[in-house]
Design a protein around this ligand. Structure first.
Ligand code: GLV
Length: 318
């Protein structure tokens, strides 16, 4: 764990600007975690109580990008999310560092979520839950091999793949760029994507949302997946909901959805009551302030030292 830094010659609040945390949940924990990590800085909850010229870092997810110009000494925006689809680069000054959150603890939590659901269907626990309702004692067929497709093999996808591999599940993967990976070579293009879906029994979708990935899991992909399972922990907008509902009316065995094009999922969505769908309210990888602040704190130190934080988000990487 990184130690709090008291920089020489700087008293509390002097030369060490404010960190403003914009959080709807776990507010006390965020403030506590930052106060422990940066005892020489003022930690402010929400921009309304900040002193604009003292603000050096904004930390949060739903940030009002139009407000950035109010903070003349802003040194960085530290996201509390891995996702970056909510950024508006037209309002972000080009030289201002914006840093995604890649928290190893969050990746492990997402891996646990995905593993839970992969095992659930691979071992027919869904069938046994139904049998229990009818007091049926019957041992179902054991699926000998479930190949898991990781759609989006980035920092988080790699952790998910490693966990599944350690349990013996064969893994295949696909991502948006051509590259060699421990899980095979990635080829871009629709043909490679369809081959990926056809090779998978369960697909774990971790893709971020961008123009390139919107509705990428559509009719053709779901047809290639056949009677498999789709687990979506990426972004809702990457899956075409109508195509998913059609696939669920047909062969698709099940869908586990943690993310949706509109969140909260509207009460009248047919997904809520669909017998083949499991829904969770975007909790696959909840941000834990105490583990996140270790990562964010290290990036703040890098920016303070004139070094590049990681991973930096730019309009080009988006
Ligand atoms: C959660 O969805 C995140 O982007 O971190």
């Amino acid at each position: 764990m990184s130690e709090p830094r008291n920089r020489p010659g700087e008293g509390p609040g002097e030369g060490a600007g404010e960190i403003v945390v914009i959080a709807v949940r776990n507010q006390d924990r965020w403030v506590q975690a930052f106060t422990d990590r940066f005892p020489d800085r003022k930690i402010v909850l929400g921009t309304q109580d900040a002193t604009p010229e003292s603000v050096e870092y904004l930390v949060g997810w739903k940030i009002d990008w139009a407000q950035l110009g109010n903070f003349p000494n802003l040194k960085g925006v530290m996201l509390t999310s891995a996702g970056i689809d909510h950024l508006d680069f037209s309002l972000i000054p080009p030289k201002l560092p914006v840093v995604r959150l890649i928290d190893p603890s969050m990746s492990t939590e997402i891996a646990a979520y995905c593993t839970h659901w992969v095992v659930h269907y691979a071992r027919s626990f869904d069938v046994y839950a139904k049998q229990q309702q009818a007091a049926v004692w019957e041992i179902g067929p054991r699926n000998p091999e479930v190949t898991v497709g990781i759609l989006g093999l980035g920092a988080i996808g790699t952790v998910v793949a490693n966990h599944l591999t350690s349990l013996g599940y064969p893994v295949v993967s696909w991502s948006r760029s051509e590259k060699d990976t421990p899980y095979g070579q990635h080829h871009v293009g629709i043909e490679a994507l369809m081959q990926f879906f056809a090779a998978s029994n369960t697909v774990v979708n971790l893709l971020p949302l961008s123009d390139a990935t919107k509705n990428i899991v559509g009719e053709a992909a779901l047809r290639a997946l056949g009677d498999g399972v789709l687990i979506n922990v990426g972004r809702g907008g990457t899956v075409d909901t109508n195509a998913l509902l059609d696939a669920l009316s047909g062969d698709l065995h099940a869908a586990v959805l943690d993310v949706f094009a509109t969140e909260p999922l509207p009460a009248d969505s047919p997904l809520w009551s669909h017998p083949k769908v499991a829904i969770t309210p975007h909790i696959a990888g909840e941000t834990n302030p105490f583990t996140a602040v270790k990562v964010i704190g290290a990036n703040i130190d890098l920016i303070d030292d004139g070094k590049e934080p990681y991973p930096l988000v730019t309009a080009a990487t988006y």
